[in-house]
Design a protein around this ligand. Structure first.
Ligand code: ADP
Ligand code: GLC
Length: 486
């Protein structure tokens, strides 16, 4: 039997991306389709989404909702792979260029509750024949933006007295909870009793994330380690009680890599290519990267790269503290990202202090991201917490050894180059246990030590490149969940 599933998300690569969620929304549905499921995606009609779809046609006129006068549901095709994408057109809510969540001053839009309530509401309508030609058996909602989908679905099922669809809620990041003032509850059109501890109420406010966790039939998150971590008081963000209560419905399924996009042998965004058996092209990538960032053109300078959102989560303040450790050993550092202004300034100052060995650029650019992942010797991901992390997986594929904090998906995917792990031929990177300068500095020293032993370095690099983090195994696990529900 073919299972019909609707993925509900706020971003999708290559249409719109602020982080790894877009990569997952872009790669998981095709991986499920390849394995026989009938999967479609529902997105808000942001400008880049509307501009990137072909064969767009109207499915339904919905009238006025959440203060938006003419809501319509449209259906289009993603040209790169033929994926069917539904998008919600609501000019007053979605027709804003740039970041989908924040205004030009990096402040969340004042009407985000309405903007993303509409997403969840339409998702639930999809399970009620909104598109007469296709209706999902599974609503698979991602992160807080889609968190109300399971709630609207449960409300509709109660009203109609029958089951409509099953729901899965995937947590990509528990730190973003979609919390709004309680007085906005009235605008959501949910039954009154949903505003409860046993519902979407969260410390006197509303939480879209909690709605997803509470009303979905199954919860997943993006790595086994993170699934355990979020059930603890320390890392549960106030939701650990609910998560422990639902632990039988909660599982961790690791994200995968789309190797058609992230592959050093064929990467369309690189001038030079290389493979596990022919590494020469990687040297050219490193030279190009040093040149691009104005660093000393020195092939044997150990080059650390960072491609990241610059937020508290990513732990780059700790890396900043360790910059002297890198520089005094003759290493180099390239940082590319955007986010928190204080962090941006701190990084810029480090670059001014060490102009030939540290370079920082602010921005978001897919080509530059690939250039750095390919040209670096080490990719640093020192996150305080990391639900899965994709950057370290891309780094492995490109033979750029990841240097990571032992947490969440980072702990699940990178094996430290300790003597015993090298001896057992399982090392793939550098892992530090405690989030403190001593820990990261020791990992940095391990990277230099291994770099000094070229044969071991190359062997580790090749092992990293041979790791298979493709979507296959993970897509099978999602399918097993779907089958269990249907
Ligand atoms: P998160 O989703 O928390 O940001 P992930 O590691 O899962 O972390 O995913 C980050 C994704 O965003 C990767 O595809 C990475 O290449 C990309 N990325 C992060 N910062 C930038 C940037 N400044 N420019 C381009 N891509 C970026
Ligand atoms: C989130 C997490 C990241 C994860 C990504 C995709 O943004 O921070 O760890 O890889 O979602 O699931």
């Amino acid at each position: 039997m073919t299972i019909r599933a609707l993925h509900v998300a706020s971003e999708l690569y290559p249409l719109l991306k602020t982080g790894g969620l877009a990569d997952v929304a872009g790669a998981l549905p095709p991986a499920l389709i390849e394995r026989g499921a009938d999967v479609r995606v529902l997105l808000p009609g942001f400008p880049s989404v509307a501009a990137g779809l072909t064969d767009v046609r109207t499915v339904a006129q919905l009238g006025r909702h959440f203060d938006a006068p003419d809501v319509t549901l449209e259906q289009g095709t993603l040209p790169s792979n033929g994926l069917t994408v539904y998008m919600i057109r609501a000019k007053t809510l979605y027709d804003r260029p740039g970041n989908p969540y924040l205004n030009d001053e990096h402040v969340p839009y004042g009407d985000n509750a309405q903007r993303f309530a509409l997403l969840g509401w339409v998702a639930a309508k999809m399970a009620q024949q909104l598109d007469p030609a296709w209706s999902p058996q599974i609503i698979h909602a991602h992160d807080w933006h889609a968190g109300l989908a399971p709630a609207y679905l449960k409300a509709a099922e109660r009203e109609q007295g029958r089951a409509l669809a099953h729901s899965i809620f995937t947590v990509h990041n528990l730190a973003y909870q979609g919390v709004f003032p309680a007085h906005q509850f009235g605008q959501l059109g949910l039954p009154d009793d949903f505003f409860s501890v046993y519902g979407i109420e969260f410390y006197g406010q509303l939480s879209f994330l909690k709605a997803g966790l509470y009303y979905s039939d199954r919860i997943t998150t993006v790595s086994p380690a993170y699934a355990r971590e979020i059930q603890t008081l320390a890392q549960g963000g106030g939701l650990d009680g609910l998560l422990r209560h639902r632990s039988h419905d909660l599982s961790g399924i690791l994200n995968g890599v789309d190797y058609t996009v992230w592959n050093p042998t064929s990467d369309a965004l690189l001038d030079n290519h290389y493979s596990v058996t022919r590494l020469a092209g990687k040297i050219a990538c490193k030279e190009a990267l040093q040149k691009r960032f104005g660093l000393t053109q020195k092939n044997d300078a150990l080059l650390f790269g960072v491609v990241s959102r610059l937020t508290e989560q990513k732990g780059l303040d700790l890396l900043l503290e360790a910059v002297p450790e890198i520089v005094k050993r003759g290493g180099q550092l390239v940082v590319f990202g955007t986010g928190d202004p204080a962090l941006e300034n701190g990084l810029k100052r480090a670059a001014q202090t060490h102009p030939h060995s540290v370079a920082v650029e602010l921005g978001f650019d897919e080509t530059l991201a690939h250039t750095i992942v390919a040209g670096s010797d080490v990719i640093a991901v020192p996150s305080r917490f990391e639900p899965c992390g994709l950057t370290q997986l891309y780094a492995l594929a490109y033979g750029s050894l990841p240097l990571v904090h032992c947490v969440g998906g980072l702990a699940d995917t990178v094996v430290d180059a300790s003597l015993e792990n090298l001896a057992d031929e399982i090392a793939t990177g550098f892992v530090f246990e405690r989030f403190e300068l001593k820990g990261i500095a020791a990992a940095i020293r391990r990277a230099f030590a291994l770099y000094g032993r070229r044969t071991d370095w190359k062997a580790t690099q090749r092992r990293a490149m041979r790791q298979d983090f493709g979507w296959g195994a993970s897509a099978e696990r999602y399918l097993a969940l779907y089958r269990e529900l249907v």
